[in-house]
Design a binder for this molecule. Structure first.
Ligand code: HAM
Length: 419
């Protein structure tokens, strides 16, 4: 039986790739002083209602009633959980908070490349700070992270916009504030939907706003609103990766200011990451008990896996990491079964010292054991036989062989390994 569509099994090789990604996520977040948190995967369905996540996500919820008849949902994203937690506990923490998380999220999505129904999402959020410096820190973190995977300015771009700029534009056209979210959702989809469909939706929403007028506005990005942030990004040395672009408005309802998305410049992939400022969500979710400005982004593992495959430098860096994680450093070869007990005891001692050790569990030809050592990626093979307690230590890459006693082995193991 296969897993459900959009869900994945992780065989050891797939898990190694996932580990590669999560280790980079953690490194980048920690470099910027972020600390890790987690929350429940199942939440009250109410948490994702219209004024919170809103938008398309509501139609993609894995939603059901639990045995106590509570309406619940598997989390489709982390931000509402984070906002709920911070609303409850923020008094215990010095501001600003810099929190990151790595957790599974669930969306009943239409199948496409890099979009799944269960995925791993990395989130970085900075809470309790309103200045553009906070926005810049979060965006710079995202750029450093992508660079650490081996991607450069020819591979990706961060498209940056500001919902306030759109809000002013819509206000100028007499759009009432309760229509704002609906219009932003239409604008968010302009690139992905047929023009006719967009025109129909626009006409149903507003009699004054035409698609032509929206295109005109987008093609003249009035980026003065973004100037302070762009200058912060220049100081951090990452300005070349950022492109002001008003076509980015983001599908989620809670964004209140800047919004951004990271895109691959080749391969026709969907966004690699997306985020923005959401200054009212914590207030809403805590019924006014707490109010904290916030900015952050989320990144899924699925698009990233596709993107890693498509850039040779990034792919070779990944392969190197995965090779270094192989299951065995030293393979003990039993050339004479009389010495099996001695070998097993030696394995235990070496493992206690922290080495990754394998040996064959039943009698095998020596040639076959060498083959198994190669397959497991061992650096050294140690042959134990009639000369015990003297052993043959062989570097598998160079075939170089040295005879040594047990004591000498323990003294020299570190240096042998780094030879
Ligand atoms: P989002 O744009 O919905 O934003 O998702 C962020 C990223 O999660 C996407 O760019 C993509 O990499 C990944 N992602 C989303 N849906 C899927 C899917 N079905 N399959 C695979 N990957 C997916 C949010 O979720 C916001 N909560 C981000 C945020 C954090 N904003 C502020 N803080």
């Amino acid at each position: 039986m296969k897993p459900l569509p959009g869900f994945r099994d992780f065989l050891p090789n797939d898990y190694a790739r996932r580990d590669y990604i999560t280790s980079h996520w953690r490194d980048a977040a920690r470099r910027f002083g972020f600390v890790e948190f987690d929350g429940p995967m199942l939440e009250s369905a109410e948490l994702y209602e219209k004024k919170n996540s809103g938008g398309e996500i509501l139609t993609q919820l894995y939603q059901f009633h639990d045995r106590g008849d509570r309406p619940v949902a598997l989390r489709p994203e982390m931000t509402p959980t984070l906002a709920r937690m911070v609303g409850m506990h923020h008094r215990t923490f010095a501001k600003p908070l810099r929190w990151f998380s790595i957790g599974n999220c669930f969306r009943y999505e239409r199948q496409q490349r890099g979009r799944l129904r269960e995925f791993l999402q990395f989130n970085c959020d900075l809470l309790g700070e309103r200045s553009p410096a906070a926005d810049a820190e979060v965006i710079t973190l995202l750029i450093h992270l992508l660079k650490s995977f081996g991607f450069g300015p020819k591979d990706f771009v961060i498209r940056l916009s500001d919902r306030l700029v759109w809000q002013h534009f819509l206000e100028q056209h007499g759009i009432p504030s309760d229509k704002m979210t609906e219009l932003l959702a239409i604008i968010d989809k302009i690139e992905r939907e047929p023009e006719e469909r967009t025109k129909e939706k626009l006409a149903a929403c507003s009699s004054v706003l035409s698609l032509r007028r929206i295109h005109e506005f987008m093609s003249n990005p009035e980026d003065s609103a973004l100037a302070p942030l762009l200058s912060e990004l220049s100081s951090r040395g990452v300005r070349e990766y950022v492109q002001p672009d008003l076509s980015i408005v983001r599908g989620l309802a809670y964004y209140t200011g800047i919004v951004f998305e990271a895109f691959a410049l080749h391969g026709g992939l969907r966004a690699i990451a997306g985020g923005g400022r959401y200054d009212n969500l914590i207030y809403h979710l805590s019924d006014g008990a707490a109010s904290l400005p916030a900015v952050g982004f989320g990144m899924g593992d699925a698009v990233l896996l596709e993107f890693l495959k498509s850039v040779p430098l990034a792919a070779s860096q990944e392969e190197k990491y995965i090779n270094a994680q192989r299951p065995c450093q030293i393979y003990l070869i039993i050339a004479d079964e009389t010495y099996r007990n001695e070998t097993v005891a030696l394995a235990s001692e070496l493992r206690e010292k922290g080495w990754r050790i394998l040996f064959s569990l039943s009698p095998e030809r020596v040639g076959k054991q060498f083959g198994a050592a190669q397959d497991a990626g061992a650096t050294l093979a140690i042959v134990i036989g009639a000369e015990w307690p003297v052993m043959k230590v062989k570097q598998l890459s160079t075939r170089e062989e040295t005879e040594m006693s047990r004591d000498a082995l323990f003294q020299r193991l570190d240096s042998l390994f780094h030879a």
